[in-house]
Design a protein around this ligand. Structure first.
Ligand code: NAG
Ligand code: NAG
Ligand code: NAG
Ligand code: NAG
Length: 422
């Protein structure tokens, strides 16, 4: 009896001590202003809700095609429906290209010829491209052009679950991005095309020793590559299919000097919230450190990224004072999810380049994905499943809805900005 009593007291005291520790721990780790923080989080949530309300009540004009797009679409088709070429001529055009609107030749059939030339030029050398976090190869063509090759890691039907930055890069996202850039008229982007390379015939004979050192045979005797990069692991190889072919995205390499900047809207990769996720005045503060031109440029790129959900642009490269739309492999992961955060630059700043807005409006009613399907068909490419194409159309409506939200909040005068020359 008294033993039981003593035991009861001991348990009770132990509980008290544990509770104390628990409360003390909580007190010492709670943020100083929890109420304000939760209000701010709430304000952010409300923005998403308001945008979704606009999305649910979008005007009909955003859901039907406009005939104004027809000539634009015809010009795009003319640019990409061309394959036969003298390889030397097209590389000369590329090498001597100077333009303020497009990083590479973008008219008169040149884009189609460039894609064709990338695919059909003999490969003179293959090496690891060790920069970056993911497995890439550097191909040097006989014409001396450099091409980055990102191998296929997933089937088109595979859905990548998890955070927006989850998984390996998607080769089809890289290729899709080039066509998307062409259609959106955001042409500070490198040509990219699906390429199939035979490992034994086209890679091994011209592989550097460094690359050969990162190759292993798999159980059926095929030569697989694990490469050299931040996340490359010997047990995570890419292997050719049963015909010996490695498929992937071939992206024309930019022989330019960039300036690299951290994105103000980059993610924390942890539970810690970044300033842009907490601070409702984030964009206003940003305007003290970045030019309006740069902010508008970041907003353009955010719209681009949102459409394919390429939500991991932690850094960005600038050439001639403009953001190069480089590294687009994290798109096309999950067609069921639209992470609205990727649009934060747009709904937090609530401004948009008027030219961008006019281009976006031309693409309503299915024209956007219809055109990408046509343009990629010239290279015989199927770049995504129907679910992804539908998702992109749905996200375009969400971009329209976000601009409507901004107009309602601030008025058209404040929202639309004329392109200021740099
Ligand atoms: C592409 O070009 C080919 C050959 O010139 C032509 O037959 C075809 O109709 C064109 N495709 C489109 C969609 O215009
Ligand atoms: C390109 O921009 C530069 C400087 O910004 C300007 O001097 C030049 O005229 C522009 N060229 C074209 C073709 O627009
Ligand atoms: C991709 O699809 C092929 C054929 O449909 C299948 O054999 C293969 O296992 C799939 N690969 C992955 C990684 O799901
Ligand atoms: C490869 O090995 C690493 C540990 O070195 C492990 O974390 C990873 O899950 C492995 N990957 C696969 C696909 O087995």
């Amino acid at each position: 009896m008294s033993m039981n009593y003593m035991f009861g007291i001991s348990v009770f005291l132990l509980c008290l001590v544990l509770l104390n520790i628990y409360f003390f721990y909580n007190l010492s780790t709670t943020k100083p202003t929890p109420l304000i923080q939760s209000r701010k989080a709430e304000a952010m949530q409300n923005v998403h809700k308001e945008i979704n309300d606009h999305f649910a009540h979008l005007k009909k004009q955003y859901k039907i095609k406009t005939s104004k797009f027809i000539p634009v679409q015809q010009a795009l088709i003319a640019s990409l429906n061309s394959t036969i070429t003298e390889l030397e001529n097209i590389w000369n055009t590329v090498d001597n290209w100077v333009d303020n609107e497009s990083l590479f030749p973008d008219k008169n059939g040149d884009p189609g010829r460039i894609l064709h030339a990338i695919k059909s030029s003999p490969i003179a050398l293959v090496d690891n491209a060790p920069k970056g976090t993911q497995l890439k190869l550097l191909l040097i063509l006989e014409s001396k052009q450099k091409v980055l090759f990102k191998p296929k890691r997933y089937n088109l039907t595979e859905v990548i679950k998890g955070p927006v930055y989850a998984g390996f890069d998607r080769y089809n996202s890289e290729v899709f991005a080039y066509y998307l850039g062409m259609v959106l008229n955001m042409r500070w982007i490198a040509p990219a095309v699906t390429m199939r390379i035979n490992v034994e015939n086209d890679i091994l004979p011209v592989a550097t020793l460094g690359l050969k050192n990162t190759m292993v045979k798999n159980e059926v005797g095929a030569t697989c590559i694990y490469g050299k990069c931040y996340y490359c692991k010997i047990n995570e190889t890419v292997c050719p299919d049963n015909t010996g072919v490695l498929e992937g995205a071939a992206i024309l390499y930019l022989e330019k000097q960039f300036k690299v900047h951290k994105s103000p809207w980059r993610r924390s990769y942890s539970r810690k919230k970044m300033d842009w996720e907490k601070d409702t005045d984030f964009c206003k503060k940003l305007s003290h450190t970045l030019s309006l031109q740069r902010i508008l440029n970041l907003i353009d790129v955010a719209i681009f990224d949102f459409l394919i959900q390429n939500g991991d642009r932690h850094h960005y490269e600038v050439y001639k004072n403009r953001i190069v739309i480089l590294d687009n492999g994290k798109g096309l992961g999950n067609p069921m999810v639209d992470i609205l955060d990727v649009l934060a630059p747009l709904y937090q700043c609530c401004i948009i380049n008027l030219q961008t807005w006019q281009n976006l409006q031309l693409l309503s009613g299915g024209s956007l994905t219809e055109t990408i399907k046509i343009l990629s068909s010239f290279q015989g490419e199927k770049l995504a499943t129907e679910e992804h194409f539908e998702a992109i159309e749905r996200r375009l409506l969400k971009v329209y809805a976000t601009v409507q939200y901004c107009i309602e909040k601030y008025g058209t005068e404040k929202v639309f900005k004329h392109n200021i020359e740099v």
